[in-house]
Design a protein around this ligand. Structure first.
Ligand code: C2E
Ligand code: MG
Ligand code: MG
Ligand code: MG
Length: 275
């Protein structure tokens, strides 16, 4: 504690805090290098419809660290990337890669109609040139904007909802569509659903997990499905792991599914083998 350290010493941080700061700095530098040296990968998780046909995929970011020789999941570096602003560069890379992938899919009849969803973070949306950036990637790649879906979570529009509305409108004019990710976990998802032009809802896996055992979760999921139907929104249930969950969802009119039951996030080569 700085107070106990004596009157001539000024110590702001305990040794634990100091080492936490140093390891954060090390992680930040490593992440910066990862972006420059091509250690980022997109994994793809399939999405299917009520007939079991592939409708597309969600692109999920992975960091393949050569130094540590491991695959680092997004939850271990995206929060830091958000705090340091690195997320902007990361996010641009994701948009560019996604567009490139979409263009590649257009070359084959089996994959031509597939949609690709990417996650967009709050700090990315706060960049004044975000719309311009996405447009640029679409133009440069030649990808069809109608196949690109941007997933936003509530954190993206807690502040500046009007600005986000404007950005969404501009991108929608090009044909890009929007999904409200992790639906149900925020504080006011419903009011945002009313205010912003979404095309799709993703039911968070927290509700799907116990849908067959917890009557409350079952009621909530059934209500979300009924609501999305009346609002004319597409729906994807996230984190579907068992046939019992899928059957419950199907019975309640769910038309879109994503989860380990249908496929884990994997490199694009793995998916190319199944579709
Ligand atoms: P999310 O967008 O809600 O993605 C779904 C997460 O659920 C993914 O975790 C996926 O691997 C996992 N998942 C899918 N099916 C199942 C299942 O059946 N069971 C279980 N237990 N989990 C399942 P992942 O890949 O670790 O990503 C975590 C989060 O990191 C994402 O949540 C998203 O918020 C963020 N993220 C991932 N990629 C990006 C990116 O490119 N940019 C940004 N800004 N965020 C990203
Ligand atoms: Mg997502
Ligand atoms: Mg989600
Ligand atoms: Mg999530």
């Amino acid at each position: 504690q700085a107070k106990d350290a004596g009157r001539n010493t000024v110590r702001f941080f305990s040794p634990e805090m100091q080492s936490a700061i140093e390891s954060r700095l090390a992680l930040e530098q490593a992440l910066r290098r990862a972006l420059q040296e091509g250690e980022l990968r997109l994994y793809f998780q399939p999405q299917i419809n009520q007939y079991g046909h592939y409708i597309g995929a969600e692109a999920l970011l992975r960091w393949h660290s050569r130094a540590m020789d491991t695959l680092i999941p997004p939850m271990q570096f995206i929060p830091l990337a958000e705090e340091t602003g690195l997320i902007v560069g990361l996010g641009q890379w994701v948009v560019r890669e996604a567009c490139r992938q979409l263009k590649a899919w257009e070359a084959r009849t089996e994959t031509r109609k597939l949609q690709l969803a990417i996650n967009v973070s709050a700090s990315q949306l706060r960049q004044p040139d975000f719309v311009h950036e996405v447009k640029g990637c679409l133009l440069n790649s030649g990808a069809n904007p109608k196949r690109l879906k941007l997933e936003l979570t509530e954190s993206a529009f807690l502040v500046n909802t009007d600005q986000v509305d404007e950005q969404m409108q501009q991108l929608r004019k090009l044909g890009v569509s929007f999904s409200l990710d992790d639906f149900g976990t925020g504080f006011s998802s419903l009011s945002y659903l009313k205010r912003l032009p979404f095309d799709q809802l993703k039911i968070d896996q927290a509700f799907v997990r116990d849908v067959t055992t917890d009557p409350n979760d079952a009621a909530i999921v059934a209500a979300i499905l009924a609501m999305s139907r009346s609002l004319g929104l597409e729906i994807i249930a996230e984190g579907v792991e068992t046939e019992a969950q899928r059957d419950f969802l199907l019975k309640n009119g769910c038309h879109g599914f994503q989860g380990y039951l249908f496929g884990r996030p994997a490199p694009i080569e793995d998916l190319a083998r199944v579709w």
